[in-house]
Design a protein around this ligand. Structure first.
Ligand SMILES: C[S@@+](CC[C@H](N)C(=O)[O-])C[C@H]1O[C@@H](n2cnc3c(N)ncnc32)[C@H](O)[C@@H]1O
Length: 710
């Protein structure tokens, strides 16, 4: 348990811009934080984009006064996890969104899958490695985390999950009167975000009558926000390097501290000192905070601020080590996540993982309309608002006097409790009425039921999940929501398209590490190792090839695959997509059609990916105030086996519009992952005090699809 995790659980964070113009890090949070709790609380609020700080200064001040009190108490104490949760509940009596995911988790049983996978791949060379992998997962099972690994993060699965579990979800506001003006942050900034408390009172609660007008106002506000963001970005670009501006502020702060005689010169521990410190026990939380702040500051302007003789990597190492300690991650994962962002932004990401995401529901349009649902829930004392203009079925719940997972409307299937990020892959896939669609890893069915609704209960959705136990909650949700076009089945996804193929569209919401949903399942912080990522990536690569092969390229209306995960790591996202592009030249990436999200990486730490990977989209808790998520959309075209033909001049040409596809080259390539898997296994054995076998000789490099150009 990290210092941060022990000591602090803030209220839901700043408003998150939905447009890409504002997809940049806001003020450098940690750098601004003082150990002083009051200031810390204010700064937590200051994470709002600068324009909001300008426009909402008064409102923020008010809010800060309230929050600072609570946080001051929290800061000073070391709380156990349960105490922390309790504290959060008390603190958030007025905060309907916080902590509500607790207790929704579906616990899955992977026995079936493991047995099945062993049977399935017993005969196949390609799959041998996988059988080994699953055995390895068994070893992990000793640590109790193989369930996650095989079945994806439970918290992602919770969000549309089992009824009983939802009913357990505590309503933080039970018995409290709905107070529109005290609502927490929202996923998308809207008109009311920028209005003062008085404005909000004037607007009053949402009713059926004013909902449309309110929606329009939200859209207009979002457009204004986008414009402001753009202006801000332009100003920032003109003003020069942001980090330096920020650092200057810090310098001033420090000078002031110095005047008060409080500032001490910062000493970056050496590697030996760090080791000693670890043995002796970590320094107090204030020291760690200060050190992190200093490291961020120095790394923001290294040449100017670094102590002489100290390298950048020393600061980075210290910072990662402190992040791991402070937020409670294993160092491997802390480093992996840290590497995804610029330094100051990384801190924002880790901070965001300490804060619950807003509670959101998806209207089931098979049963009701959003405005009718909203009105019915408002009448029950639920305080809610449309999520944003990018979805016409989502509602964000701010507070509720009834358990949101047990209202008559919920039981009648009028809505699904579902994370906003989970809407995205379905919006991207955009299944059409009358189509044949496969949801390859579908339990507990949040996305399946969304697709069934978009298809207006026509056509057919094959909802598959390898885990039989989990298909029970899937079936329950399918029934509750009145989906009549869904066929539930339970195969290992890697059996498709042998089981059945020829789909107009396929969704592969892949089993993943869950690094995007750490705020819901903190166990991810410590139970994911290098080996897990290697195994998961391997499984995801196998699944994606099967998903591609299950799409009907001739489909008159579709021919699409959407690949998604609730993880932010490159191994599970861009690397998998890039692999699919290499192995299946008959697919291409297309625009997801999603209005926001950051582009996928085209290069990352020395690895280069297909440049079209920038069409894929990344979503982050600290940027979009939704779970970390990744979405890629492929168009599958006809496979053409065209051998290269030399023209008369001897030059090699391809057939008209054809791709070079060689059956051998496009099989799943276990060899590609083999070294990583082996290395991971060696490390695992070493960690267990076992002697790893000698490294096998690296295989001769193989030629990939180069027949035409050879
Ligand atoms: C991220 S969850 C899916 C969530 C689901 N799409 C939803 O929206 O409710 C991943 C799912 O993959 C399933 N799974 C794991 N390995 C699988 C495999 N080899 N084939 C098919 N499904 C698998 C897990 O049981 C888990 O339910």
């Amino acid at each position: 348990m990290g210092r941060r995790a022990k000591n602090k659980q803030a209220a839901p964070q700043s408003l998150a811009p939905a447009n890409d113009a504002s997809d940049r890090p806001s003020a450098k949070k940690l750098g601004k934080r003082k150990a002083d709790a009051d200031i810390d609380a204010k700064e937590s609020l200051s994470k709002r984009p600068a324009k909001k700080a300008r426009e909402n200064d008064e409102r923020l001040q008010k809010a800060a006064n309230g929050k600072a009190k609570t946080q001051a108490v929290e800061k000073g104490e070391k709380l156990s996890k349960s105490n922390r949760r309790k504290n959060q509940e008390d603190e958030d009596e007025d905060d309907a969104s916080s902590g509500s995911s607790e207790g929704w988790e579906g616990v899955s049983d992977d026995e079936d899958l493991k047995t099945k996978a062993k049977l399935l791949f017993h005969d196949s060379d390609d799959q041998e490695a996988l059988v080994g992998d699953l055995d390895d997962l068994d070893m992990d099972g000793e640590d109790g985390d193989d369930d996650d690994l095989l079945h994806g993060p439970p918290q992602e699965l919770d969000l549309g999950s089992d009824d009983e579990e939802l009913e357990l979800a505590p309503s933080k506001t039970k018995g409290k009167k709905s107070k529109q003006h005290e609502r927490p942050t929202k996923i998308i900034p809207t008109a009311s975000d920028d209005s003062s408390d008085e404005d909000e009172d004037e607007d009053g609660p949402i009713t059926m009558a004013n909902m449309e007008a309110r929606s329009k106002a939200l859209d207009a506000q979002a457009a204004r926000e986008a414009q402001l963001d753009l202006e801000e970005l332009q100003q920032a670009a003109q003003a020069g390097e942001e980090d330096d501006d920020f650092a200057d502020e810090e310098d001033q702060d420090e000078e002031m501290d110095g005047e008060g005689g409080e500032a001490e010169a910062f000493h970056l521990p050496t590697a030996e000192e760090r080791d000693e410190e670890k043995k002796a026990g970590w320094p107090d939380v204030h020291t760690v905070q200060r050190r992190m702040r200093e490291c961020v500051r120095v790394l923001g302007s290294f040449k100017r601020r670094a102590a002489s003789g100290r390298s950048r990597s020393e600061y980075v190492q210290q910072l990662i080590s402190d992040i791991a300690n402070y937020y409670g991650y294993n160092e491997y994962l802390a480093e992996k996540l840290f590497q995804l962002f610029p330094v100051a932004e990384a801190i924002e990401f880790f901070e965001a993982n300490e804060v619950p995401r807003p509670v959101t529901i998806r209207t089931n349009t098979l049963r009701t309309r959003r405005r009718d649902l909203a009105q019915a829930l408002i009448n029950r004392g639920v305080n809610l608002e449309p999520i944003g203009k990018w979805t016409n079925v989502g509602l964000q719940v701010f507070e509720s006097s009834v358990p949101i997972g047990a209202t008559p409307e919920y039981l009648a299937g009028h809505y699904m409790l579902q994370a906003a990020s989970s809407f995205l892959p379905v919006i991207a896939l955009s299944p059409q009425p009358g189509e044949r669609v496969l949801d390859m890893a579908s339990a507990p069915g949040g996305k399946t039921t969304h697709m069934a609704a978009l298809m207006e209960n026509t056509g057919v959705v094959f909802a598959n999940d390898a885990n039989k136990v989990r298909t029970k909650s899937l079936t329950a949700n399918v029934h509750r929501l009145g989906c009549k076009n869904v066929v539930v089945c339970s195969y290992d996804g890697r059996e498709f398209p042998k089981v059945i193929g020829g789909f107009d569209r396929v969704l592969l919401d892949a089993p993943c590490s869950g690094t995007g949903v750490i705020s819901k399942d903190a166990s991810v912080k410590t139970n994911k190792s290098e080996r897990d990522f290697a195994l998961l990536s391997h499984l995801q690569k196998q699944l994606i090839l099967c998903a591609i092969d299950s799409v009907q390229p001739d489909s008159k209306t579709g021919g699409y695959l959407v690949y998604s995960t609730c993880s932010v790591t490159v191994d599970e996202n861009e690397a998998v997509v890039d692999y699919a592009l290499r192995k299946r030249p008959n697919v291409k990436l297309v625009d997801t059609g999603l209005e926001f999200g950051r582009p996928g990486y085209t290069s990352f730490r020395g690895k280069s990916f297909n440049e079209k990977v920038s069409l894929t989209r990344r979503f982050y808790p600290h940027v979009h105030n939704m779970d970390g998520f990744y979405v890629a959309k492929f168009k599958v075209e006809k496979r053409q086996k065209v051998k290269a033909q030399s023209d008369e001049s001897g030059a090699v040409s391809k057939g008209d519009g054809a791709m070079d596809v060689d059956a051998e080259d496009t099989k799943f390539d276990s060899d590609e992952d083999k070294p990583y898997l082996e290395e991971a296994k060696r490390k695992h054995m070493k960690a267990k005090g076992l002697r790893p076998p000698p490294r096998s000789k690296p295989a001769e490099p193989t030629l990939i699809s180069v027949k035409a150009t050879a």
